[in-house]
Design a protein around this ligand. Structure first.
Ligand code: NAP
Length: 216
């Protein structure tokens, strides 16, 4: 078992969608829930997104709390081919805190030159292997990671049983089946294989609800 505690944070509609069909996801939840997300970032050693989210949303991924945290979480992109643009907001803000691109192969000199750390975390399928990424985070002394999406990266970590906790923000809206699911395919064939969670807490935050679930 890894010493790194992994939280999957989701911000969805009532029907479990994280974006419209065109990828628009800003904003599903309200300002209070978003402020809480920043506090959650500050409470983790690292925050992680897939390159799909990095390209679609160009997030800064810093913890913008009031007052600001003493130390920013390490920002990580799971990006097998190193497609994270050097001009992205995250890369341009390396002065605010460490930015890591976890790749499957290659040295990605352009990212290095921009001040990004490149971790090699390739798996057998030629993609970033979640277990390798968690192992490297542990070696680097990170005790907690928060995955902030999107659906494909969430599914990859869930398939490997690497998620310890779900922090599920739900907004009182419906997006419908053409929206993007919070969790992409898990490839389950038997209901008993569905990852099961223990409900730990519910909190009302503005118009939204935050449910916390722990691994069963
Ligand atoms: N509402 C919310 O809370 C929220 C949060 C985040 C994102 N979003 C929305 O979600 C959308 C993006 O979601 P997404 O599912 O397309 O992208 P994603 O999960 O952020 O990124 C997917 C990419 O991650 C890379 N990756 C690296 N290792 C992987 C692995 N082992 N398994 C799977 N993927 C791996 C893959 O690209 P490579 O193969 O090139 O590595 C893959 O294409 C955007 O529209 C964004 O706005 C919403």
């Amino acid at each position: 078992m890894s010493a790194v505690r992994v939280t999957l944070k989701l911000a969805t509609s009532l029907d479990g969608r994280i974006a419209l069909s065109d990828g628009t996801s800003q904003w599903i939840t309200g300002p209070q829930a978003r402020a809480r997300s920043h506090e959650m970032r500050a409470a983790h050693d690292g925050v992680l997104v897939g390159v799909g989210t990095a390209l679609a949303d160009d997030p800064l991924l810093t913890a913008r709390t009031v007052p600001p945290p003493a130390r920013q979480p390490v920002r990580i992109v799971a990006d097998s081919e190193g497609r994270t643009p050097p001009h992205s907001r995250m890369v341009r803000s390396v002065h605010l805190g460490r930015v890591i691109v976890a790749v499957a192969r290659g040295s990605h000199e352009e990212l290095h030159a921009a001040g990004v750390e490149v971790w090699n975390c390739g798996g057998r399928d030629g993609r970033v292997a979640p277990s390798e990424l968690v192992r490297r985070a542990e070696v680097e002394g990170l005790a907690s990671l928060m995955i902030e999406g999107g659906g494909q990266l969430a599914a990859a970590f869930l398939r490997e049983g690497l998620v310890d906790q779900l922090a599920w923000f739900r907004a009182p809206i419906l997006i419908g089946g053409d929206g993007l699911p919070a969790v992409a395919a898990l490839g389950l064939r038997r209901m008993e294989d569905a990852p099961r969670w223990r409900h730990a807490a519910t909190e009302r935050i503005g118009d939204d609800t935050l449910d916390t679930y722990l691994k069963n």
